[in-house]
Design a protein around this ligand. Sequence first.
Ligand SMILES: Nc1nc2c(ncn2[C@@H]2O[C@H](COP(=O)(O)OP(=O)(O)OP(=O)(O)O)[C@@H](O)[C@H]2O)c(=O)[nH]1
Ligand SMILES: [Mg+2]
Length: 462
Amino acid sequence: MCDFSFEVQAAGTIVALSTPPGRSGIGVIRISGERALDFTRSLVRDPDFSPEPNRVTLKPIFDPDTLEVVDRAVVTFFKSPHSYTGDDVVELSCHGSPPLLLNILDVLLNLGARTADPGEFTMRAVANGRLNLTQAEAVRDLIEAQTHAAVRQAARQLGGELSKRLQPIKDVLLEIIVPLESSLEFVEDDLPEDIARNIEDNLFALSARIDEMADSFRRGRLLKDGLRVALVGRPNVGKSSLFNGLLSSDRAIVTEIPGTTRDTISEVINIEGIPVLIIDTAGVRPSPDKIEQLGIERTRRAIADADLIVAVLDGSLPLINEDEEIVREASSNHCVVALNKSDLESFCSNNAQRIDDNLPLVSVSAKTGKGLDALCAEIIKPFTAGYLDESSFVITNARHYDLLRRTSEALRAAQGLIQENVSEELILANLYEALRFLGEITGETTPEDILSQIFSTFCIGK
Ligand SMILES: Nc1nc2c(ncn2[C@@H]2O[C@H](COP(=O)(O)OP(=O)(O)OP(=O)(O)O)[C@@H](O)[C@H]2O)c(=O)[nH]1
Ligand SMILES: [Mg+2]
């Protein structure tokens, strides 16, 4: 069992619905704590019920007031410590009827169970040494993953990959600390030159290794948080049609009337594992119409918040000043120009002649779908260039990134102090700090307020 720095704050037997609220085939209620089995016995009105751990049993569930059977549930018992939380756990797989599940939860609360806080099951798993902190965070990331690539990364972290990669780094750090500590006790003079150079080299190699890990956060953040991309252009150029084409669904209203889209609408699509939020916006033009003006205001906000702007132009018509103005504005951010309506006879790529050559430009037809793959490739290009290695493990969490950076800084500071020949105590202080940052990633040295903050981002029932 790991030695964690915190105790489970609120003891007691906790209960929550672990499946989403709403109608479903099955709804799972999870009970964790000392009295999990007691409460289950009351619920099934069988005081001798002693289920074999890890085996399922079909049991009737009673309403305690009317003594009527309200459901037949599959009961699974996980005996401490061999459960998700490390406590005794019972999972009741009931029929997924919201009033039925609420009723059963109510009965359990009346028996003395307590509603679990967000992430409390996982917090207990960490406190009981069933998971380390990075694995617990991976549980949340797995549930929240928006693409298959994000699922894969979360699953690897849940399997302990991050902590396994950190362990050898901690080991090397300890190998540096131990002789420094002993030199402090036994040697009056400065560190011998050859030992100092050796420590310096090791610290250099170690901080380079940590920097490499931290750098992978660029891709990790993309996989987890994705990109915001706004489709912007004059009315009628085909923004909503492109939006629908990228989504492969008729999500937005398309008509030949300029000014059709009033409000921004957005949906997430998956481009090579990256969740990309595509935002369709109202066409930009001077308009006396109050509703249209409000829509255009929202377009401006979407432009300001976007990671990249697709400036959409109608390639079947000569460009006008407004088109150029839109492209000019968009190019202050990451920008791709989409020259739409390439299926029309009047389409001419020369229409885009006045557009800056340096901007990526793709000819597309929202109508036929031609060029959409190329447009998707251009959208992610500025963010993935040079580091799209599908198989590599990446840092996906800003907390881990920050702590890795701080570890690396502490190691570099120690390196500098060795060069300056200062006392071993000062060098050691930096090395211990680095060790503490690494321990904060996996949970050994994480302050309690940070832990509470982390678990408050989980959903209830997990
Ligand atoms: N032939 C052809 N017509 C297109 C294409 N894309 C859009 N259109 C047509 O152009 C007109 C305007 O399309 P929308 O997608 O509504 O244009 P929009 O830019 O969203 O317009 P607003 O919402 O008014 O700003 C519709 O009649 C579409 O059918 C295309 O690739 N080829
Ligand atoms: Mg539109």
